[in-house]
Ligand binder design. Sequence first.
Ligand SMILES: Cc1cc2nc3c(=O)[nH]c(=O)nc-3n(C[C@H](O)[C@H](O)[C@H](O)COP(=O)(O)O)c2cc1C
Length: 176
Amino acid sequence: MPLLEDFDFALGDQLLKQVDADLFKKGMRQLTAGVTIVTTAIGNERRGLTATAVCSLSSEPPTLLACVNREAGAHDPTLQSRVFCVNLLAAHHRDLAALFANPDKVEERFDSGEWGVLESGAPVLMDSLASFDCILGQTMRADTHTVLTGRVQAVRTDESLEPLLYSRGAFGSFIP
Ligand SMILES: Cc1cc2nc3c(=O)[nH]c(=O)nc-3n(C[C@H](O)[C@H](O)[C@H](O)COP(=O)(O)O)c2cc1C
């Protein structure tokens, strides 16, 4: 029985097959996602980006994860401040989602939307579907991105609102 240490990682890498990135993206376009804005604050500076790579990790303790590109303007400030908030967007936030995904509109981002704070000091969208205010937990560097785990300190929700969805490159709403 070979030991784990005996595994030839070089050979393993050679055997590792990598599909074409466009084919991967074509497949992932079929995954309909809820849309969030992940925010952080460092002093008076607020940063945020639109993100769909977010999910629940565990409920005990309440923890979520978010995957943020290392080039994103909010990436380094989040690692520095060690706080972030995941704001789930409602159907009426379509323009806000586009704004927080537009690299040419970094300075104007927090001029739109109703922003406040809960526990951590990270910007909270006060008319979101739900907001999860987090202290940064573990981080994992994964090529172009960092996987962030967030220990949830406070949650606000509004169950009267409908979610904003992203599917096949377009924003839309949920029709049951
Ligand atoms: C629907 C949608 C989902 C996105 N999801 C993510 C994501 O999960 N993680 C990420 O790093 N960027 C994601 N992006 C890209 C960022 O929002 C975009 O690159 C943004 O401009 C980064 O912020 P910056 O301009 O301040 O660097 C997404 C963009 C869109 C339109």
